[in-house]
Design a protein around this ligand. Sequence first.
Ligand SMILES: *[C@@H]1O[C@H](CO)[C@@H](O)[C@H](O)[C@H]1NC(C)=O
Ligand SMILES: *[C@@H]1O[C@H](CO)[C@@H](O)[C@H](O)[C@H]1NC(C)=O
Ligand SMILES: *[C@@H]1O[C@H](CO)[C@@H](O)[C@H](O)[C@H]1NC(C)=O
Ligand SMILES: *[C@@H]1O[C@H](CO)[C@@H](O)[C@H](O)[C@H]1NC(C)=O
Ligand SMILES: *[C@@H]1O[C@H](CO)[C@@H](O)[C@H](O)[C@H]1NC(C)=O
Ligand SMILES: *[C@@H]1O[C@H](CO)[C@@H](O)[C@H](O)[C@H]1NC(C)=O
Length: 290
Amino acid sequence: MGLISNNIRYIIWVVIFAAFSLSSFARGSNDYSIESLNAFIHDQADKALVKPRTGTLYNISLPANFSGMEVSVVRIRSGKFWDKGANFSFFHIPPGIRPIPSAKRLSILYQNLGNWSSYYYNVPGYRLVAPVVGLTAYDSSNSSTIGNRRVDFSIMGDPISVHFFNIVIQDHVTPKCVEFGADGSFELQDMNETYVCITHGEGHFSVVVLKKQGEGNMKLWALGFGFVGLVSVVLVMVAIVRLLRRKKMRKMEKQSERGVAFDTFWIGGSKMPSASMVRTQPALENRYVP
Ligand SMILES: *[C@@H]1O[C@H](CO)[C@@H](O)[C@H](O)[C@H]1NC(C)=O
Ligand SMILES: *[C@@H]1O[C@H](CO)[C@@H](O)[C@H](O)[C@H]1NC(C)=O
Ligand SMILES: *[C@@H]1O[C@H](CO)[C@@H](O)[C@H](O)[C@H]1NC(C)=O
Ligand SMILES: *[C@@H]1O[C@H](CO)[C@@H](O)[C@H](O)[C@H]1NC(C)=O
Ligand SMILES: *[C@@H]1O[C@H](CO)[C@@H](O)[C@H](O)[C@H]1NC(C)=O
Ligand SMILES: *[C@@H]1O[C@H](CO)[C@@H](O)[C@H](O)[C@H]1NC(C)=O
């Protein structure tokens, strides 16, 4: 009996483990939190800048397991920013923009999530065809690096444009601009010109196209196969346990039969022949012996 319940317990653990791995596969094995990524990138950039020169774009190196993401920072005086704007990374920031609340000096942090984009940002029914790129600004007035206080932009003239390039789109689908909020929410917009998106503020941006019918079902298929696999494993294990149980039962039956025979023998003691001996001794046999 101990063997059987151990096996059942084992199976339950296997099922729980398999279901857990399956569900984490469905979610993606990591918790891709936009909020914590942004905080992490800000801290890395803040630490990496040492006596930065105003108006110079600095590439920030990230830990090796973030390979594929690109982060850069520029510090800029608000007066110069208002007069000249800033033209770095994917973003063209025209003149006529000031930070809110006002700040003497700001830092602009650029992100390009590269091949990590779809781990953090998604639009249901659509497919990303460009990396997600981000723009955030900080008040650096009191800081020798970036500072912690976020600022917004107040745009008096032309809006900010985001210029995507190296986009390859098959078929005749119309790409759309997407703007993501800090909570992963999104807003779709038509493109201003080819692969150019327009924004009136900071945020994360990319380009999407409608998913083809069935394209989104790949994961569902994978999940389905995973589930079938899980069920098969369970069935095989149940079969094995049944087999083991039957074997054990048979063994126990045999043992108990033998046990009964011995018992009768020993209990019978001098009262032989015991019941089983009687059974194996046909009483009427002798009559037919010639
Ligand atoms: C910063 O990174 C970009 C993209 O990898 C690269 O093209 C550029 O040359 C780098 N700039 C500096 C100053 O290292
Ligand atoms: C890289 O590793 C650190 C801990 O070592 C972890 O916090 C971080 O999430 C990892 N990066 C990614 C992109 O998962
Ligand atoms: C992105 O590409 C880099 C190499 O360029 C690779 O090391 C990294 O693992 C990739 N990240 C993902 C999420 O595929
Ligand atoms: C912005 O920079 C890009 C290349 O870095 C250049 O092609 C473009 O003309 C610049 N735009 C403005 C308005 O300065
Ligand atoms: C910078 O310092 C001034 C004066 O101490 C203070 O009023 C202001 O709030 C500080 N700004 C930030 C972003 O810490
Ligand atoms: C793109 O946006 C800019 C700025 O809003 C505007 O001046 C320009 O006319 C737009 N181009 C197109 C093709 O809509």
